[in-house]
Structures are given as structure tokens and as C-alpha cells.
Write a protein that binds this ligand. Structure first.
Ligand SMILES: [Zn+2]
Length: 349
């Protein structure tokens, strides 16, 4: 695995953080902006500065943008592409779980210009620590659209993979050390993951020297997701389908949820040899974990992953949480990782 830091157990959050209330309505997913024009551009940068500062202060090792410059982790990227018409909307079922009104693919999709590269360059200028940038994965993008043009999820995914690869290469050139692809759809469409999902993801990551991560989760702690989780039974074994495929893939690190989750931790063994970004902080609860609870979740995973391949993290993004809760959860993550690091050092590992 390409490493980004000499720290053992380098901490990193999955993605989003709450936005300041002057920029967007707090504790709301996909909340509309409260500013526009120049003021919005400036406001996004100020918010990004603030989340970098907060990660520094809390001791997070690999710094993210907290998605402060985007409204939605998938849609904001798609908005910048040609071939998608946001005025032609259709209702589709997202991840087989909830209905949403989505834009339509009406022609060949392409990226006319970089989407996040300026934002990533700004992030790079704000910190000396390694930086991570998240992009949606091809399958999750396909699952957020109504396709009138290709009429094939696989074909559309390959087109998106090519576009994502262009963007990822430019992010890397802008100084991004870790590129993460968010693929929650991998927990739902198991046959497609096997048939073309992992291949399309590898295409998106092709030729990158930056460390590559795929984040697969059970979603934000919102009602539609919580209702779905309630139907999954006592043991969540969805990862059992994707992990063996990812273990054989070119992707460096797999990000999964673990803390307060019904995922049997031994499934991590299926990733042997890969980096494991383990969710040791629950994003569906306002209760802030103790450092001991975080360390305990991480420690359990060490039976299945080598310590030098373990990246302590959160289960998913923290955008819907109150700001202070999200910040305290970052501190808990860092303190929990530090506890385990001390134990490993004492045991000579
Ligand atoms: Zn997630």
C-alpha cells in the first residue's frame, strides 16, 4: 500500500463535516446555500479553512475538506458535467431504498473542465499534513440518475469512470495524497459489483500514484437508511460479497463501518493485505464515544488486519450532526487511536 504518513494508525474522517450556520442550514443533508455569488465563493473557502483548523486542533492526521464546498457528495460532481439535464427530473428508487426526484442523462456525458481541482488546491495550501479528497464512485453516480441516453447502467458507469479518472489525476497533480471513491451502492447491488462495479472503480483509479480508497457504508443516520438497516437482521454480511473482489483489486484501502454496527468484524479478514479504514465512530448517534470505546473497536479489528495497514476513521460522513458533536467525535477518534498506539508500542508491535 502507498503510505501517506509515518504515523502508525493515522486518523482520517470519512468525509463530510457540518457546515457553519451562516453558510447552510445546520443538521440538514443537502441543505441549500445561504449565500450567493462572490460571497458564496468566499464563504466556502472560509468554511474550508475552519474545518482544516478544527482537524489540526483535534489532531486528525490526514486532513479532508469536510465537503464544505459541495451541497451533495454525488450531485455536486454531476452538476458540472455535460449530458445531464437537471430540469428533466424523474422519480427513481435510490439504492433500492427510497424514492427521489433525480436529473436525467440526455446525451453523452463528459467533463468540460475540472470540478473540484481549485478547491483541492486551496485545501492543499491550508495544511502541511497529507490531504484526502473524496469523489463519488461510478456505480453510486449511476444510481442517482435517470438514464434516457445509454439505457445501460454498465455503459454509463464506464463513462463516469473515465471522467472520474480525469478528475482524480488532476486532483493528484494539485497535491492530493489520498483519493477516496464513495460507493455505498456496493452494499446493495451485489451482482453488478461482481459483473462490472469493481472493474469500473479500478478504471476510475487507473494510473494514480495517490493512495486510493473505496468507502462502502450503510449510509448517513437518516430515517430511510435506519429503516433499511432494521430489515437487515442481526448480522450484516453485505461486505462478504464485495470484500473478496476488492482484495484482488488495484484499490489500496477499503473504508467500512464497524462501531455500533451489526457488521461481523471478522469480515475484515477478507481484505487481508489491503489497507483498512475502520469506522470506530458512530455517525448515527449524538452520543460522543469515549477514547476507550474507539480503541476497543479498533483493537477487535487487529485480529484481522496488520497494525500498519489500519486507518482509524468514522463510519460515514458527519454532516447531519450538530457541529460540536462532530468535533468532539473527531477528538474521541484521535484519543482512541492514541490509546491503541501506546498499547502497540508497549507490546513492541
Ligand atoms: Zn458513508
Amino acid at each position: 500500500m502507498t503510505t501517506t504518513t509515518s504515523t502508525t494508525l493515522p486518523t482520517s474522517i470519512v468525509g463530510s463535516l457540518p457546515k457553519p450556520s451562516w453558510l447552510a442550514q445546520p443538521e440538514t443533508l443537502w441543505s441549500p446555500w445561504r449565500l450567493d455569488g462572490e460571497a458564496l465563493a468566499e464563504g466556502k473557502q472560509d468554511a474550508l479553512r475552519a474545518v482544516v483548523q478544527e482537524q489540526h486542533r483535534r489532531g486528525v492526521d490526514v486532513v479532508s475538506d469536510g465537503e464544505q464546498t459541495r451541497q451533495h457528495f454525488v450531485t455536486t460532481f454531476i452538476e458540472h458535467l455535460t449530458g445531464v439535464d437537471f430540469s428533466q427530473r424523474e422519480t427513481v428508487r435510490i439504492r433500492d431504498r427510497y424514492d427521489a426526484s433525480v436529473p436525467s442523462v440526455v446525451g453523452a456525458v463528459s467533463r468540460e473542465r475540472p470540478v473540484f481541482v481549485d478547491d483541492a488546491r486551496f485545501l492543499r495550501s491550508q495544511t502541511d499534513r497529507p490531504v484526502k479528497w473524496a469523489l463519488p464512485g461510478p456505480m453510486t453516480m449511476v444510481d442517482t440518475l435517470y438514464d434516457r441516453h445509454y439505457r445501460s447502467r454498465e455503459k454509463l458507469a464506464w463513462e463516469f469512470a473515465t471522467i472520474l479518472n480525469q478528475e482524480a489525476r488532476e486532483l493528484e497533480a494539485a497535491g492530493v495524497d489520498v483519493i477516496q471513491f464513495d460507493e455505498p451502492a456496493f452494499n446493495v447491488f451485489h451482482d453488478e459489483v461482481r459483473d462490472w462495479g469493481v472493474a469500473a472503480l479500478e478504471r476510475a483509479a487507473e494510473g494514480l500514484r495517490a493512495q486510493t480508497v473505496v468507502h462502502i457504508c450503510y449510509g448517513y443516520g437518516i430515517k430511510a437508511n435506519n429503516d433499511w438497516k432494521a430489515t437487515l437482521g442481526d448480522e450484516w454480511r453485505q461486505y462478504e460479497r464485495s470484500f473478496p473482489l476488492l482484495q484482488r483489486s488495484s484499490i489500496d484501502v477499503v473504508s467500512l463501518e464497524s462501531h455500533h454496527s451489526h457488521v461481523p468484524v471478522e469480515l475484515v479478514e477478507l481484505l487481508r493485505g489491503k489497507g483498512v479504514m475502520l469506522g470506530a465512530v458512530d455517525v448515527a448517534s449524538h452520543q460522543v464515544e469515549t477514547p476507550e470505546e474507539v480503541a476497543d473497536t479498533l483493537r477487535k479489528a487487529l485480529a484481522y488486519v496488520d497494525a500498519d495497514l489500519l486507518v482509524p476513521s468514522t463510519n460515514c460522513g458527519m454532516a447531519p450532526l450538530p457541529r460540536t458533536v462532530a468535533h468532539e467525535k473527531m477528538s474521541a477518534l484521535v484519543a482512541g487511536a492514541a490509546l491503541l498506539r501506546e498499547e502497540l508500542a508497549a507490546a513492541g508491535r
